[in-house]
Design a protein around this ligand. Structure first.
Ligand SMILES: C[S@@+](CC[C@H](N)C(=O)[O-])C[C@H]1O[C@@H](n2cnc3c(N)ncnc32)[C@H](O)[C@@H]1O
Length: 250
């Protein structure tokens, strides 16, 4: 018994020694959020079903109105949401634009989004595609507006994803991307536990500029929203969403 306890203790110490250096400069709330992120990055299996149907919609409820306002959609817009999850935002906005499209890597999320938008899909006013943000299955210039929210942290290659968003935008088109949240001054861009990104403001701007976007601006919007999960996400540091906008020059 004693031997087992000693072994378990040694295991815990070894585990902490491995993980601790990667957590330097990370607050515990930030760590918890990002650890949850790495689990829920691309939902699958029974836990993924729960998170897609229940947790994520509640955690992300504060983001949708902020993005809707920032996008300023028009009736002749063709809107793409990259990593659209279960399609809540697209379903909310579909009546305000000509066409909505969503792409997501999770079978569960794609299935829910297709059911949510079934009427619009049948009418040819919406499409939901399973795919990777770094290889969008659309021709150059297909959309007038592109957005991505609460998702970029999970992309292994966010630069490639933003370049793809730029490619599928038509000249004159605009993008509003939620690239993380406000971070304390001096925060360096890093990937927590090799899974979830945290970006400095400069690097978030650089992501858009290097993809080719012009007139890039970075702004912050308070995260609002009712309920315990929204409050938890604020407690975990997501008090102010960081929005990066850019246009594709004609
Ligand atoms: C936290 S959810 C957000 C979903 C949606 N944007 C929302 O706010 O409701 C993140 C989504 O990113 C998707 N995702 C992660 N990596 C992806 C990738 N490389 N390509 C496409 N989707 C990806 C996941 O499947 C998941 O549905």
């Amino acid at each position: 018994m004693r031997g087992r306890l000693l072994l378990a203790g040694a295991g815990v110490v070894a585990g902490l020694a491995l993980v601790a250096p990667r957590l330097r400069g990370t607050t515990w709330t930030e760590w918890l959020t990002k650890a949850a992120w790495s689990w829920a990055g691309v939902p699958s299996g029974p836990l993924g079903w729960v998170s897609s149907n229940w947790t994520m919609p509640r955690l992300h409820a504060p983001i949708y109105p902020v993005m809707a306002e920032a996008l300023d959609l028009r009736s002749d817009d063709d809107l793409l949401e990259v990593a659209c999850g279960s399609g809540i935002f697209l379903a909310e906005q579909a009546a305000h634009v000509r066409h909505v499209a969503g792409l997501d890597l999770s079978d569960i999320q794609v299935g829910i989004a297709r059911r949510r938008l079934a009427d619009r899909i049948a009418a040819g006013a919406a499409e939901i595609v399973k795919g990777d943000a770094t290889a969008l299955p659309w021709d150059d210039g297909r959309f007038s507006v592109v957005t991505c929210m609460g998702s970029m942290e999970a992309f292994p290659d966010p630069g490639r994803a933003v370049a793809e968003m730029y490619r599928v935008l038509r000249p004159g088109g605009r993008a509003v991307m939620n690239i993380g949240e406000r971070v304390p001054e001096g925060t360096e861009t890093r990937r927590i536990l090799g899974a979830a990104w945290v970006w400095s403001e400069d690097d978030a701007r650089r992501l858009a500029e290097e993809a080719g976007f012009a007139d890039v601006s970075v702004s912050y919007r308070p995260s609002s929203g009712e309920g315990r999960l929204a409050a938890m996400s604020r407690l975990a540091g997501q008090e102010e969403l960081r929005l990066v906008r850019g246009v594709k020059r004609p």
